[in-house]
Design a binder for this molecule. Sequence first.
Ligand SMILES: Nc1ncnc2c1ncn2[C@@H]1O[C@H](COP(=O)(O)OP(=O)(O)O)[C@@H](O)[C@H]1O
Ligand SMILES: [Mg+2]
Length: 297
Amino acid sequence: MAGMRAPGNAAVAQSIELERASVRLGAREIWGDVSMRMDRGEFVALLGGNGSGKSTLLKVVLGAIPLASGRVSVLGNPAGAANRAIGYLPQRRSFDESTRLRGSDIVRLGLDGDRWGFPPPVAWGRSAARQQAARARVAEVIEMVGAGAYAGRPIGQLSGGEQQRLLIAQALVRRPELLLLDEPLDSLDLPTQASVAALVQDVCRDAGVGVLLVAHDVNPLLPYIDRVVYLAGGHAVEGTVEQVITSETLTDLHGVPVEVLKASDGRLVVVGQPEAPAHHHDRHAHAAGDHTHAHAI
Ligand SMILES: Nc1ncnc2c1ncn2[C@@H]1O[C@H](COP(=O)(O)OP(=O)(O)O)[C@@H](O)[C@H]1O
Ligand SMILES: [Mg+2]
């Protein structure tokens, strides 16, 4: 077991390792025989259609969903044991426009709040010194994500991109060793997707934080990611974009003919990809311009 001050086992190079893992929810196997490995400091995109089990994989990494078979290790520990070293941004909820919580309050919740069921790593007690340290850290991460100009405004009145930057700041405020971001680009317009992806890469590089980022469309991430994990048909493939996003690999994974085309601007377009299972109606309304998701992966 890791000690109190270093929840991650720094001697272990992998931040996430799954070996022949499978998950069942109810009577259904969501995915099976999944092996993947992510090294510390890597920026990896987790791709796949709706219902392919991407969010489930993040919950497995957090120890919130047990494996039916196989093995998972996270920062050198069993899943769940090193959660204090993980920053997690759950799949997007929207903020009530009438909320009085300011952007900086949202970030502060990452320190004080019991946001996803785990107590804060440090007793941020009431002492003046602790309060001051907490405020300084909140200001520091707000600066890091470039949200200084609007962090004092009510969160519900900010744009999707501004909200997302503040939520990333919230996930970063405890200095995690690993960031799990569930569709942080969802419902952002294309330029904002690109700038949030660039921000995540900066954080990954500057702070040496590994990032596993769930996305539908790999295109906004192409300039930034090291590797991808692609979930489909109950299985996963991992590798570089060039290895994974090919007609051969995706045809194999989906079990039906799929063709990958490269547009003149470098975008990857997947043709013949089976429609996602019937979960489309769960999705939020997309911003204008987001229709590119229909064929880009
Ligand atoms: N508690 C549950 N019981 C049964 N099935 C579930 C449960 N939670 C999620 N699922 C199903 O598991 C599949 C994968 O879900 P999820 O991981 O959310 O997919 P993704 O994030 O890739 O869209 C979906 O078909 C979903 O309906
Ligand atoms: Mg999901």
